[in-house]
Design a protein around this ligand. Structure first.
Ligand code: FAD
Ligand code: NA7
Length: 492
């Protein structure tokens, strides 16, 4: 990103409090600090949670544990269980009328998360990482000022620094925006959200819309342009179609123009787009319009750390200041994913303190969108493959199918699960892997290995399937898009 690697040299004449200070105790910061301490470095970690505008706050562990992956996946699981309950009678179970209790889910999830917060503190202690629950400010390249919960300030010095402060949700940017909550607040909402509007069409909006709908709430998604920008658009649109068929409402090509609290307590949302306007009342509005890097009041600009739209520019996780490094969501142009932050943090610590030269590979990172129909993906989208290689050099294999698990249940849709392999036509090299199905996350994690080993289409065909599974679909994919044949699959 325009930066060159710099030598991070120490003349050994200055004594510091710590070899390393890590700012941010989320996925990346925890991983880097523990790895550095394991390698013998003296390490301090700062973590401080600024409450959300609605007052939500949480403990050590960062976004993933407190207001991201973990509560999201637990709520996704709650939704899946609701669907299993619907399947149950077809499998011979007598099911009494069931009701979902939002407060029980929130309370149990929060208890579990508090346990994780505690275990992170214990693991820092056992690894001899000094933990400061203080808001850090970078005074100079070797000095951090920490403000504790009483407002008292403390100064610490370090040889090296890692910035891992992550991101926070954007506001809606329209009058009344303060009435909207964010995903930070949703996961710990002390009352059922009832009729809910989610503004935004990326993975956080669609995931939240999916589980809220299955928990029995009336849910609308307001989409400014396309679903899941950056993801394979055929898959994105299939997710949208599936959610619509299940009863999630979509307001397409619209943005909110104002939010207003009504005497009833509801929120009136006025919206506009494509020359049209409209309004509707909701009990809860959730802003899912992206996240900003939490670097604003960190003091980095004054030190010459280069940023773009608040995100830190880096080469091999080194910033434009030689002894200051950055990892995770705060980095410009990198994926905002927990395992990416963890891996980058560990590898960086090994290079800084363990003599390693292994760099983080940000290519072909597998990931999953936990919408009701899970979407697992690794490698290129079809759009990118066609753009990079040209249509004549790309072969795309597809299959639309219904998993065996769904066959006895009348409420389950037919042929909505989807498998897609994008290959280089010349030699069958796998360029992109996409699956829409139950457990797509589990399946994609396994197939992600194919990208590490340079697997080809023929390797997939040579592999013997496990029957009956969803993943075996990838051992028999034969319909190419080029052939124009139907992607729908018959029996096994
Ligand atoms: P964070 O985890 O955000 O940690 C940063 C920490 O720094 C925070 O604790 C913050 O309070 C602290 N901090 C900030 N400023 C200061 C300061 N000045 N002083 C001290 N401390 C400070 N990723 C996945 O891989 N899978 C998923 O399913 C997934 N789902 C998600 C769902 C949601 C709703 C969201 C919001 C995110 C999701 N993510 C998911 C993304 C994932 O949570 C992040 O990529 C990951 O947490 C980034 O880790 P990080 O270390 O960069 O930052
Ligand atoms: P993303 O991936 O940044 O997406 C933001 C979404 O919000 C996207 O659909 C945008 O539409 C939409 N958006 C942005 N601004 C507005 C306004 N003003 N009005 C309406 N809609 C808007 O954000 P996420 O929060 O889902 O995820 C962020 C990361 O966190 C993600 O990578 C995860 O790893 C964790 P657009 O397509 O731009 O028209």
């Amino acid at each position: 990103m325009g930066l060159e690697p710099q030598e991070d040299i120490d003349d050994g004449t200055t004594t510091y409090d710590y070899d390393l200070i890590v700012i941010g105790g989320g996925s990346g910061g925890l991983a880097a600090s523990k790895e550095a301490a394991d390698l013998g470095a003296s390490v301090a970690l700062f973590d401080y949670v600024k409450p959300s505008p609605h007052g939500s706050t949480w403990g050590l562990g960062g976004t993933c544990v407190n207001v991201g992956c973990i509560p999201k996946k637990l709520m996704h699981q709650a939704a899946i269980i609701g669907e299993f309950v619907q399947d149950a009678s077809s499998f011979g179970w007598d099911v009494p009328e069931v009701h979902h209790h939002w407060n029980t889910l929130v309370s149990n999830a929060q208890d579990y998360i508090r346990g994780l917060n505690y275990s992170y503190r214990v693991s820092l202690m056992s690894k001899h990482v000094t933990y400061y629950n203080q808001l850090a400010f970078v005074k100079d390249a070797h000095t951090v000022e920490g403000t504790d919960v009483f407002g008292d300030k403390h100064i610490y010095t370090c040889r090296r620094m890692i910035i891992a402060v992550g991101g926070r949700p954007n506001k809606l940017g329209c009058p009344g925006e303060e009435l909207a909550i964010s995903s930070d607040d949703l996961f710990m909402l002390d009352h059922p959200p009832k009729k809910t509007l989610l503004v935004g069409a990326s993975f956080i909006a669609l995931e939240c819309a999916g589980f809220l709908h299955h928990l029995g709430f009336d849910v609308t998604v307001m989409v400014r342009s396309i679903l899941l920008r950056g993801f394979d658009q055929e898959c994105a649109n299939k997710i949208g179609d599936f959610m619509k068929s299940q009863g999630v409402h979509f307001l397409s090509s619209m943005v909110p123009s104002s939010l207003e609290r009504l005497p009833s307590g509801r929120i009136r949302v006025k919206y506009q787009g494509s020359g049209l306007t409209g309004e509707e009342e909701f009990d809860t509005v959730v802003s899912c319009v992206g996240r900003y890097a939490d670097t604003e009041r960190l003091g980095l600009d004054a030190l010459g750390v280069k940023t773009r739209r608040g995100k830190i520019m880096s080469v091999n996780e080194q910033t434009s200041v030689a002894n200051i490094y950055a990892i995770g969501d705060v980095l410009y142009g990198k994926q905002e994913l927990t395992p990416v932050a963890i891996q980058a943090g560990r590898l960086l610590a090994r290079r800084l303190f363990g003599g390693s030269s292994v760099q983080m590979n940000y290519e072909n990172v597998p990931m999953t969108v936990f919408t009701p129909l899970e979407y697992g993906t690794c490698g290129l989208t079809e759009e990118t493959a066609l753009e990079r290689l040209g249509e004549e050099n790309v072969e795309v294999y597809v299959s639309a199918f219904t998993p065996l698990e769904w066959q006895l249940s009348p409420h389950r849709a037919k042929d909505v699960c989807f498998a897609k392999l994008i290959t280089r036509r010349e030699d069958g090299l796998i360029l992109g892997f996409h699956i829409l199905s139950p457990n797509a996350g589990e399946i994609t994690q396994g197939f992600g290995l194919a990208f590490q080993t340079g697997a080809k289409y023929q390797n997939f065909m040579d592999m013997v399937g496990i029957h009956p599974t969803i993943a075996e679909e990838f051992t028999t994919l034969s319909v190419t898009k080029r052939s124009g044949a139907s992607a729908k699959k018959g029996g096994c």
